[in-house]
Write a protein that binds this ligand. Structure first.
Ligand code: ZN
Length: 58
């Protein structure tokens, strides 16, 4: 996937930090990697234990 300078349209190398055409700084867009979505789970985390009920009646 090619990047082009949003200011002057110069084709940019993938690792470009500055546009070679106009010298503008290239905003880094980091696409969200798959699997990075927030995981919403109803399951308690592993090792999670409910606190023991207090036995006050003895
Ligand atoms: Zn440019």
């Amino acid at each position: 996937m090619d990047n082009f300078c949003r200011y002057c349209g110069t084709k940019l190398p993938s690792d470009a930090v500055y546009c070679p055409g106009c010298g503008k700084m290239i905003p880094i867009e980091i696409p969200a990697p798959p699997g990075a979505t927030v995981i919403i789970s109803d399951e308690p985390p592993e090792g999670f234990m409910m606190p023991p009920e207090k036995d006050l009646k003895k």
